[in-house]
Design a protein around this ligand. Sequence first.
Ligand SMILES: [Zn+2]
Length: 442
Amino acid sequence: MPTIYPDELVYSWFCRYYVHSGCFSHKMALQELYCKKSDYLSKEFIGNLNNEAMKQIDEIYSLDKLVLDHTMYPQYARFIPLAEKKEALYHLGHDSCDAHHLFPVLPRNDGERYLRYCPLCVKDDRETYGEAYWHRKHQIRNMSICTKHKCRLMETCVLAKSEQCFTLCPAENYISNDEAVFVNDPMVIHYAEYLDMVFDAPMEFENDIPISSILYDGMSRTKYLKPSGRSRYTKMFADDMGEFYGSMGICSVASVYQIQRILLGSLSEFSAICQIAFFLGMKPEELTASSLTEEQIKQEQDSHYMRNTVPVNWELLDRETAPAFEKVVRAVYDGTMNENGRPERVSEKLVYREMNLLGHQLENMPRCKAIFERYTESYPESWARKIIWAYKKLEEEGKPFCWTDIRKISGVKKKNLQEVVPHLISHTNADTVGRIVELIKM
Ligand SMILES: [Zn+2]
């Protein structure tokens, strides 16, 4: 393995390994690193390494250190409760747990879909190391500039999310020779530096102070919390914040619904929390190394009775949630949500979990409910879609395959096959159905 560079993504390191090792193909490089071909390649984390690779890597760098210093863990896990934070650290280093199950990963907006780079960092890296690499800090959600050079980050054509098809895309091959575009807006620079500092701060593994308490404390110094501490002006806060970030050209500004959930302690998403705290004028250390007392925490927790005294505006909540809701439901349905790309049946339980909704909330949200119903299907129908997806995936790989390969990656059991066949035709053409049926018979 080559030496890993400062702030380099593990994915980038593996890409360089592929280039330097003399592996002739992706397949060969991937086989040396990962377990089986259905394993996903994670761009933000490590992925499911095989024992040999894990052992070798652990001898050079401890896996915990790798997760902390070379993956996006400090972003996604920054504000989750202590026990979950520790658990996520373990899972990301030692097994193949899907990151979506460990902490909130919001759908990506324009401006955060592709891996980014700074033209001047590229220049520096080439001078210092002889090659460019993917930096973590350039991939932070909502980060628009390089804080070191105060210039705009450039997008490549390499998708930032983990993909179903395996490609190692070394930075050297995907960045062009762009001129740096400098940014002068002091607020934009200040905000980027803020994200940078929060991301860089050591992770808190001792104290378990809820982020909702920390933000409550920050808010208590502003006009958004009544002096009694018993009610906050969330709508006004969200409007003011939206206007503030809108004028800065931030690609995704937290919605009133997200803000509400964060303040009530049911969402702990990095980018939205940083927006709230920066807007409130809180110092980065307040977020990353809070010194709140037990009493202050209790004060915030007591304030939660507000939740019941302020009636929920269902109409607004429904309207605000619908676009993100549709995105999530569609991504579950077509498989883009899944690290391995497999389409899934949209179940109520899954939707509630992914959207962080409370029990039966959907009943009060007709727009979201309609979206949910549009994607609802029977089990045989979802099996049919999985089989077609698996068939096409294997066909794309271009090697001979048999029925068991389809079964393995689609996860559909043999006993369910007869039920599946009649549904195939609704989701693909007759030719494909014919070929699939032919395979099943064999
Ligand atoms: Zn730079």
